[in-house]
Ligand binder design. Structure first.
Ligand code: NAP
Length: 542
């Protein structure tokens, strides 16, 4: 498909770089390009403030599953030392305060335009510029276009017939009202038991008259064991910033703890059980790091799965409810493993009930509530904790067109294809921070983001230092990377969760392609560094 080069309006603002999104990645990308390279840069952001995913996800119980002392930027020692987190895991409002602190500290706000959604971004080959138009009709032109739109920012509201007829209120957790929702005295239904639902359920249960959980796929969860941070721990963080950074860079998923070298398969049953017990007590994503082989060896994984199922049966008093919760159809951590605060315990409350919509699917939403094959559930409020059109969803929502007017949606018809998760063939000078094909969502996000942003910054500096104007990947490099992404996934148990959002399986009609790079952040960092050291091997620079 071809289209005529776009006419440039007299109102067009010319820039070196345009960044879409003001979350963790957009903010740091702005700082790098503006303050380190001295480029003219503009950030466009749909929301009314910074924060990206965290700006929108204000649902009850919204808290990060990464530990706070590592869920932050590490590029600036002083910033690391001066910010004091209050709890083991940061709550959504605290993350917002942190990001606003970063914005003020580095004077970023002046180059961010809020309440501005990008409608289209078209590449003009003759001028070697990206023409970006906002929904309000403003126009920008930039040599480099950097999408920092997040992986989990396009809400997936299931198309259940009758939703428009519902007489009560309904909300998606990823588009939560800023003034909150009052559940008191209300009959609430929540659809979804992923990380979000598992965080929200115990909190909503505290005030709702009744909470009905509609579960399609039962899920593992491990206690988070959130606690306020002691002065002593905070001092330790301040004094050990370099060590924390080293650890997050030495481990495949960017967390501040190492994965054990022990193999579950080779550990005697009694000892293994004791190690799982200790990890359960310690809480958090660290549970997954108890053994080296949990994500690659099904028999090893079965031991963790059996342990968690046992815990569910121990915690949940009603055996029929416990059986539904423990009837999990995928290996532990093959879907993103949730951590929780009182999730399974919620089902012991008199005002919480569980409906298995795998056994009796939701048929429709009526004015009164949700109808499954087995009956009607009258509700005042429905909460959709149904996840996101992840990774490529936010990119495809914009009308991005590359060389010859080819839409990204067309180039990715059969699923995302790119090189290093960073660049798409036929879309010169477009960089996708934490795009599909990058480790991003399998990693503690700030660690992945800093690597991507710094790599992109170095790449642009490299081009400018040599008077080069354009970079794009060779099709054969893209083919190789797609193979590598598939090989990395297939070396793990992750593809066995056939309905996970990693595969795009949560969105009807989305091509089933394993999207994140599962080879680990350490490996990915090495590959990217090597590509750069070889003069950006696999890319065409001109
Ligand atoms: P999710 O993992 O995709 O879970 C969505 C849930 O909704 C699943 O239980 C899914 O069931 C269910 N669902 C979707 N459509 C449905 C339908 N039509 N009928 C019935 N059930 C339906 O989404 P999420 O929980 O929002 O989490 C997404 C990701 O965000 C996480 O994996 C994590 O990476 C991130 N996250 C992080 C944090 C944190 O750090 N604190 C918190 C929340 C989320 P099926 O499994 O059967 O599809």
């Amino acid at each position: 498909m071809t289209s005529a080069p776009e006419a440039k309006s007299s109102q067009t603002r010319d820039l070196d770089a345009l960044i879409v999104g003001a979350g963790f990645s957009g903010l740091y990308q702005l700082l790098c390009l503006r303050d380190r390279l001295g480029l003219s840069v503009q950030v466009l952001e749909t929301a009314g403030g910074v924060g990206g995913t965290w700006y929108w996800n204000r649902y009850p119980g919204a808290r990060c599953d990464s530990e706070s002392h590592a869920y932050c930027y590490s590029f600036d020692e002083d910033l690391m030392r001066e910010w004091q987190w209050s709890e083991r895991y940061p709550q959504q409002p605290e993350i917002m305060r942190y990001l606003n602190h970063v914005v003020d500290r580095f004077d970023l706000k002046r180059d961010i335009r809020f309440n501005t959604r990008v409608a289209s971004a078209h590449y003009d080959e003759a001028a070697n510029r990206w023409h970006v138009r906002t929904e309000a009709g403003e126009e920008f032109s930039a040599t480099f276009l950097i999408t920092a739109v997040g992986c989990l920012s396009t809400a997936n509201v299931p198309k259940i017939p009758g939703l428009e007829s519902f007489a009560g209120d309904w909300y998606h957790t990823g588009q939560w009202p800023h003034d909150g929702v009052d559940f008191s005295g209300k009959r609430v239904g929540i659809v979804g038991t992923g990380s979000t639902g598992i965080q929200a359920i115990p909190v909503i249960a505290e005030t709702a008259a009744h909470l009905t959980v509609f579960q399609r796929t039962a899920n593992y969860s491990v206690p988070a064991r959130n606690v306020p941070l002691t002065a002593e721990f905070r001092r330790w963080v301040r004094e050990n910033t370099a060590e924390i950074r080293r650890t997050t860079r030495a481990t495949p998923n960017g967390h501040p703890f190492l994965i054990s070298e022990r193999l579950a398969r080779e550990t005697p049953a009694g000892e293994r059980q004791a190690l799982y017990e200790a990890a359960w007590e310690k809480g958090g994503l660290q549970f997954r790091a108890t053994f080296q082989d949990l994500l690659v060896d099904k028999e090893a994984n079965d031991t963790a799965a059996a342990f968690i199922r046992g815990k569910i049966r121990e915690i949940v008093k009603d055996p029929a409810t416990a059986a539904k919760l423990a009837d999990i159809d995928h290996p532990y951590a093959a879907k993103r493993p949730p951590i929780d605060t009182g999730y399974f315990e919620s089902y012991n409350r008199g005002n919480v009930s569980l409906v298995d919509v795998r056994a009796a699917p939701i048929e429709r939403i009526t004015p009164e509530g949700i109808r499954t094959r087995e009956g009607d559930y009258p509700l005042d409020i429905i909460v959709f904790a149904t996840g996101f059109d992840a990774m490529n969803g936010p990119l495809l929502r914009m009308d991005i067109r590359g060389r010859n007017g080819v839409p990204l949606a067309e180039a990715w018809e059969a699923g995302p294809r790119n090189y290093l998760g960073l660049q798409v063939a036929g879309f010169p000078n477009l960089f996708t921070v934490t795009g599909p094909g990058s480790p991003s969502v399998l990693c503690n996000m700030p660690v992945a983001i800093e690597q991507h942003v710094e790599w992109i910054t170095d790449c642009i500096a490299h081009l400018r230092a040599r008077g080069l104007k354009r970079i794009e990947p060779k099709p054969e490099a893209v083919d190789r990377w797609v193979d590598q992404v598939n090989e990395a996934a297939n070396a793990t148990l992750l593809p066995l969760a056939t309905h996970s959002w990693y595969l795009g399986a949560n969105v009807p009609g989305k091509p089933r392609v394993f999207m994140p790079y599962a080879g680990g952040m350490v490996q990915y960092r090495a590959i990217c560094a090597d590509v750069a050291a070889r003069g950006y091997e696999g890319f065409v620079l001109s």
